[in-house]
Design a protein around this ligand. Structure first.
Ligand code: SF4
Length: 382
């Protein structure tokens, strides 16, 4: 056997593939073979014909940001009277109440890197939400936590312990982009570099908090740098076990954004996701990125390594600023999963089942149209 087949055979047999193997897969266009091997690996980890999803709302509490990312159409500078905002607590409460009414299990809170707010501002927001609603709070990606530590002159673990005491349950793994400093320095400024992003994850593990890892690809990175990103994530997981899931998506370009480059389509998305499933043998869950790819590709991702459809988009503020965004309610996600020959199942952050999937419009408000988003943005999260 030559080419990619020995590599795929290794993966099927449960052996770890090397970075050189992964690069070989990236250089191949044999998507059917790579996808089939990724699906076999997925079935070894998750033998039941099930695809999970979560009902969650992404609340962007503020868009004010001291960083400057060339792929972000969301942020505004402090003092930008036209665009900058901080959501009032009452508005955040209303969004949480809508989410709970829709059967939501989790609130995702992310914002920019605010140049003024001290840690107690975030503690107050968390403790208010936890006390009032008791819902799982999944908040602040590594660049935000790194920023909080920097402007409060605190250690990462002290920041995380204080936020956890205020109600923080888990960290989203956003802002990973590509974990290679050449790429990060080229497309971001004043934002956590690779080791700083990883340090937040190590600190999260130290205080007993779990997170996820992301990758935004299809811009200026080389294939070698994609492999390096996956390697850093795999090493992090070997060292800490902090990650519950991995989510990759393609850069969504628009004419207004400074980052203009050749971007990736669905073929590259499916291939990269399948390679991630094969390479990241220590991460149980791979989420589909149907928000950037659409429901049909999201459905296909379920036979290219993904076992999870991510979250319903009650509110999507992350990709929509550049016009490429898809929304689906619970009923649509469940239909796509069933069409792929699997059973949909709702989960919480830890991938525990939450309740049985509901099949008809009797599920009521989960089939209601998504409320209007509060803000529009393109960001891989801060
Ligand atoms: S991606 Fe995040 S850190 Fe970068 S400019 Fe946008 S909000 Fe700020």
């Amino acid at each position: 056997m030559t080419g990619i087949y020995p590599v795929l055979e290794k993966a099927r047999e449960g052996q770890r593939i090397t970075p050189t193997d992964a690069l070989e897969l990236f250089r191949s266009n044999d998507l059917p073979a790579i996808g089939a091997a990724a699906h076999a690996v997925r079935l070894r980890k998750h033998p039941d014909p099930v695809a999970t999803y979560i009902i969650e709302r992404n609340i962007n509490y503020s868009n004010i940001c001291a960083a400057d990312c060339d792929f972000c159409g969301f942020y505004a500078k402090w003092g930008d009277a036209e665009r900058a905002y901080v959501l009032p607590q009452e508005e955040i409460d209303l969004k949480v109440e809508e989410t709970i009414a829709l059967g939501g299990h989790q609130i995702l809170l992310q914002g920019g890197l605010h140049p003024q707010f001290k840690l107690d501002w975030y503690e107050q927001m968390l403790s208010h939400l936890k006390t009032k609603y008791g819902i799982h709070l999944h908040a602040f990606s590594p660049p935000e936590i790194h920023w909080f530590a920097k402007i409060n002159r605190m250690t990462l673990t002290d920041v995380l312990r204080r936020l956890a005491a205020a109600g923080l349950d888990s960290l989203p793994g956003g802002g990973g982009e590509i974990l290679v400093d050449r790429v990060r320095r080229a497309i971001t400024r004043n934002k956590a570099l690779t080791e700083e992003w990883l340090d937040v994850m190590r600190a999260a593990a130290e205080v007993g908090m779990r997170s996820t890892a992301t990758m935004m690809f299809g811009h200026i990175e080389t294939l070698e740098e994609r492999v390096e990103h996956l390697l850093r994530v795999r090493e992090l997981q070997d060292d800490t076990g902090v990650l519950t899931a991995f989510i990759d998506w393609t850069y969504q370009q628009s004419p207004e954004l400074p980052l203009q480059c050749e971007t990736s389509g669905s073929f590259d998305y499916l291939k990269t996701t399948a390679i991630a499933r094969i390479f990241l043998d220590n991460i149980d869950n791979i989420q589909s990125s149907w928000v950037t790819q659409g429901g049909k590709v999201g459905q296909l991702s379920l036979i290219h390594g993904c076992n999870d459809m991510g979250s319903t988009m009650i509110e999507e503020n992350v990709v929509s600023a550049v016009g490429t965004t898809f929304t689906m309610n619970a009923g649509e996600i469940e239909r796509l999963v069933r069409e792929a020959g699997m059973e949909p199942r709702r989960r919480n952050f830890f991938y525990d089942d939450t309740d049985k999937p509901r099949r008809t419009t009797l599920e009521g408000s989960n089939d209601a149209p998504a409320p209007v988003a509060g803000a529009a943005q393109q960001a891989s999260a801060p």
